[in-house]
Design a protein around this ligand. Structure first.
Ligand SMILES: Cc1ncc(COP(=O)(O)O)c(C=O)c1O
Length: 465
């Protein structure tokens, strides 16, 4: 991997890095990991001898965290690509990877290498009063990637969650457009779990019992069943809102492929017209790429859709292991409204850089890169299943390495039952959307192959009958 700007060879840290004992130790660790991880290459049922202790751990976890986890899932700490071993000895095909986080799957050697480097650094965390060279490398790398097709993003603020990256983007937008205090979002939007972001998220249950913190208005989403109607509807609603609340909107918030909302991609004409109208009214555009980043034909979904000219603020996270807010010089806050003790763990930052290296060197990006090729392959297999089992499965939906299908009639209970059947059979996905409720997959882009997709589709077919 690209070492994050290694300091001069006069420094003690360089001497430590170059110490042959480190290389030897790394080699030993990599060999041991490889040997044990390679054994995890197929789905396995639980080992009955391990089940009682595993169940006990899960019960204790439920008590400690105040609720059972969604799946009875706790890893043993090792895996191989998209396969992961659980504490009961079972092996699952993990096509959800912590909701899009483990882009190189489980136990990848590049992550081990980056983590050892991080362990040799002086501190566990980076922050606004504690930067190591990795922070600089990550900021510069993300800005270089973001500006490749003409966007003009000058600054990068790291943070430890997608929600914090989004909070920072909202603060920058409001600060710049003061006293404008309203936000426009698309129907079905999901932005994160803070008090402010709960207002942007189009799920009333997620703000139950919480105070109202922001004024947010919603516009219709693009829908492929009626491209013209939904585009015209969104434009008309946007114009009405702008006329009803003149000068009150600070930003338009866009997820270019609605993630939690159900894997609905928009189109360039749809987004472009909305963005253009907003810019004419001095409303900033925020692209929330926390889920889309690294999953489409380009690193950023705004590049995939050719919306570079409208990227005022961009947020990202998940697969990068550390999250970030990117923005242009003209939006730089004039007061001290942004700061954090922690911007990321040293290991997260180094691992994030390693993920970016791998995704680029494995040619995940490009119109015919692996993200799009695997999408086409997965799509064709899911389409074949939909034809073979009419009424039981429809779709697929999504874009790139974000793919979903709708089980049965789209009811939430049916989708949940199907999700749990898949889990029992060894395939991990998750729910998306409300009506219809879909089952989505976020396969790890750096390691998923056609063999894994074939296996996933065999399991889906088994779960249908
Ligand atoms: C589009 C989008 N924005 C923001 C978030 C929030 O990120 P985090 O859970 O890291 O706070 C998510 C998480 O799923 C997301 O999908």
């Amino acid at each position: 991997m690209d070492k994050p700007n290694l300091p001069s060879s006069l420094l003690s840290s360089s001497m430590l890095t170059a110490d042959p004992r480190i290389a030897r130790a790394k080699e030993l660790l990599a060999d041991a990991l490889k040997e044990h991880s390679l054994k995890i290459d197929a789905i396995r049922p639980p080992n009955p001898d391990l089940v009682p202790e595993y169940q006990d751990s899960l019960s204790r976890l439920a008590v400690a965290r105040g609720g059972a986890p969604y799946f009875p899932y706790m890893t043993s700490g090792i895996g191989n690509g998209p396969f992961v071993e659980l504490g009961d000895g079972s092996v699952k095909l993990d096509f959800i990877v912590g909701i899009g986080v483990h882009g190189l799957g489980h136990s990848h050697p590049a992550m081990l290498d980056a983590t050892i480097d991080a362990g040799l650094e002086d501190t566990v965390m980076q922050g606004n009063l504690q930067h190591n060279s990795g922070s600089l490398a990550m900021c510069e790398r993300l800005l270089e990637l973001a500006n490749r097709q003409g966007a003009k993003l000058d600054h990068c603020l790291l943070s430890t969650s997608g929600a914090m990256a989004n909070e920072n983007s909202l603060k920058i937008a409001f600060h710049n457009r003061f006293p404008a205090s309203r936000v426009i979002c698309m129907d079905n939007c999901f932005a994160g779990r803070s008090l402010a972001l709960a207002q942007l998220t189009d799920r009333p249950a997620y703000r139950a019992g919480l105070p109202k913190t922001l004024d947010v208005d919603f516009i219709p989403m693009f829908h492929p069943s009626d491209p013209e109607g939904t585009t015209t509807g969104a434009i008309e609603t946007l114009k009405k809102l702008l006329a009803r609340h003149p000068g009150e909107y600070a930003c338009l918030w866009l997820e270019l492929v609605a993630g939690e909302g159900g894997y609905y991609p928009g189109t360039k004409p749809y987004f472009e017209q909305l963005c253009k109208i907003c810019h004419e009214h001095k409303v900033l555009i925020i692209f929330d790429e926390v889920q889309t980043f690294s999953r489409l034909s380009q690193a950023f979904a705004f590049q995939h859709f050719g919306l570079d000219a409208y990227a005022d603020l961009v947020t990202l996270g998940k697969i990068t292991q550390v999250c970030a807010t990117l923005y242009g010089e003209s939006l730089k806050p004039k007061g001290p409204v942004l700061s954090q003790t922690f911007t990321g763990a040293t290991a997260s930052i180094r691992c994030g850089l390693a993920v970016l290296d791998e995704l680029e060197s494995k040619q995940c990006f490009g119109a015919d890169g692996w993200n799009m090729r695997r999408h086409r392959y997965f799509r064709s297999k899911l389409e074949a299943l939909a034809q073979k089992h009419p009424g039981k499965i429809c779709g697929p939906h999504g874009e790139g390495m974000m793919i979903a299908f709708t089980p049965g009639n789209g009811g939430a209970d049916e989708a949940k039952d199907m999700l749990m059947r898949l889990y029992q059979l060894g395939l991990m996905g998750f729910l998306a959307g409300g009506n219809p409720t879909r089952i989505r997959f976020l396969p790890p882009p750096g390691v998923t192959t056609e063999r894994h997709i074939d296996l996933a589709c065999e399991i889906i077919e088994k779960a249908l009958v």
